[in-house]
Design a protein around this ligand. Structure first.
Ligand code: GSF
Length: 203
């Protein structure tokens, strides 16, 4: 399997962490989907990474679909509960985390526009989503060892990728000083081989 990726994408990192946690092999293929000569749309019409290209040439996207598929490939370290409310709760954690990434990237993209075309209101609205999501994660995690309680799941991976992305692109947000539960989780995740191996390069 080939993973069309980029070095700093937090959605890509989520998939790479799952590959490593599940002890599954893959070939990373880093690229720049913004480059004029990108060929990403040969595999993902949406033009986005991550995109998993299977040995038969078929493609899977987006990151949620890919990680759900990877979790079925190996009995090693199940990351998503098989059914019911527990499964839905893990995927809701992932939706909360990915939505925080969506808001973060929306700000990054808005700030790339010429200043005269930037919308402070649009940026503020996205920051509001990030702030509310961090509070929800902090509260949901609480004093527990992991997001879902005692066991490590995809929820922790998704949240960990958000925290790492905030450190990469939003170093001015001192989330650790106001979200001590998340700071504890981040410290714990950062020592896992899967997070060590996928640390994004400095901005
Ligand atoms: C989001 C992927 C995405 O926005 C997922 O995989 O979960 N819902 C999707 N990827 C960005 C790179 S990055 O900012 O992480 C991407 O490929 N953007 C290119 C574009 O044309 O939007």
């Amino acid at each position: 399997m080939k993973l069309l990726s980029s070095p700093t994408s937090p959605y890509v990192r989520k998939v790479r962490v799952v590959f490593i946690e599940k002890k599954l092999d893959y070939q990373p293929e880093d690229g720049n989907v913004w480059a004029p000569d990108t060929r990403i749309q040969e595999h993902n019409p949406l033009g986005k990474v991550p995109c998993l290209v299977m040995d038969d040439g078929s493609a899977l996207f987006d990151s949620r679909v890919i990680v759900e598929y990877l979790d079925t490939l190996s009995p090693v370290g199940s990351l998503i509960p098989k059914s019911g409310k527990e499964r839905a709760a893990v995927k809701c954690w992932e939706a909360l985390a990915d939505g925080t990434l969506d808001a973060s990237i929306a700000i990054v993209m808005e700030l790339k526009r010429p200043v005269a075309q930037q919308s402070p209101e649009a940026i503020e609205r996205q920051y509001g989503k990030i702030d509310a999501a961090l509070i929800a994660m902090e509260t949901g995690l609480g004093e527990q060892s992991f997001c879902m309680g005692v066991g490590f799941t995809l929820a922790d991976i998704a949240v960990g990728c958000v925290l790492g992305y905030l450190d990469l692109r939003f170093a001015h947000i001192d989330w650790r000083s106001t979200h001590s539960n998340l700071a504890r989780l981040d410290k714990k995740l950062s020592s896992r081989q899967s997070f060590l191996e996928t640390n994004p390069p400095a901005a």
